[in-house]
Design a protein. Structure first.
Length: 130
């Protein structure tokens, strides 16, 4: 019995020493591996964030392009409308006079300047000083 307990103690001591030596050499290697994995994870996260920013910038560029195209189309429509209106009013002095008279009847106008013979209004520069 005595030999078997000595063998057990010896085996336990060898096992403990082996575990301690294994931890002494294994922990630094594990720490290096853990840092490497952490670095790879951070790099992967940074790469994904960069891709997201690039995609957001592309979407913003595409949106700006569409807004610019819409503005050009709107400006072309306004230019065509102005050309049509200008052409219809070009030799139509009676209609312009009619529109002017209608504007005079509009009650929202509080100050009306009537043009003189040179089609220049007489401005009341001192009216507001009273």
């Amino acid at each position: 019995m005595r030999n078997s307990s000595f063998a057990t103690v010896l085996l336990t001591a060898i096992l403990v020493i082996g575990v301690v030596l294994g931890l002494m050499f294994g922990m630094p290697m594990y720490n290096v591996w853990q840092q490497e994995m952490r670095g790879k994870a951070e790099f992967s996260r940074a790469e994904q964030n960069r891709r997201i920013k690039v995609e957001e910038a592309k979407a913003e560029k595409e949106s700006a392009t569409f807004r610019a195209e819409a503005e050009i189309i709107r400006a072309e429509g306004v230019a065509k409308a102005n050309k049509i209106i200008g052409g219809s009013l070009k030799d139509n002095k009676d209609y312009l006079t009619y529109l002017w008279i209608q504007a005079l009847y509009d009650e929202s106008n509080s100050v009306i300047y009537v043009p003189t013979e040179a089609n220049l209004p007489i401005l009341e520069a001192t009216r507001m000083q009273k």
